[in-house]
Write a protein that binds this ligand. Structure first.
Ligand SMILES: [Zn+2]
Length: 118
């Protein structure tokens, strides 16, 4: 529930900080990017608090995130791109919370241990 709140509050903070005086309009655009979560409807179960969304749902894959980064370039799509990337960053914090540090990569997160010399 805190996570859903952050998807509304953090865009509000970004909009209020960087998009005054029309921050309310910017907030609406940024918050509307939560629609990207419609891809959860393709998953079973639709909601799983212990699942890492990044690189799991189609609109949360690294390919999609790369496309969102490209949308930063043209000015008309920039605000939507910021909203989508902000969304992915917030979803990533959930991945870390459930213990997935590098979603989609088979990377060991074990700490480096010094070599044992015999
Ligand atoms: Zn999401």
């Amino acid at each position: 529930m805190l996570h859903a709140f952050l998807h509304v509050a953090v865009p509000g903070l970004v909009a209020f900080t960087f998009y005054r005086p029309r921050w309310l309009r910017a907030w609406l655009v940024l918050a509307a990017t939560i629609l990207v979560d419609l891809d959860h409807l393709l998953a079973t179960p639709i909601f799983d608090p212990n699942r890492c969304s990044i690189d799991f749902h189609p609109l949360h894959t690294w390919w999609a995130i790369g496309a969102y980064a490209l949308l930063l370039v043209p000015k008309p799509t920039r605000l939507v791109a910021i909203g989508l990337l902000l969304h992915m960053a917030l979803d990533y914090t959930e991945c870390v919370r459930v213990g997935v540090v590098a979603p989609g990569f088979a990377v060991s997160v074990r700490p480096h241990l010094p070599a044992v010399r015999g």
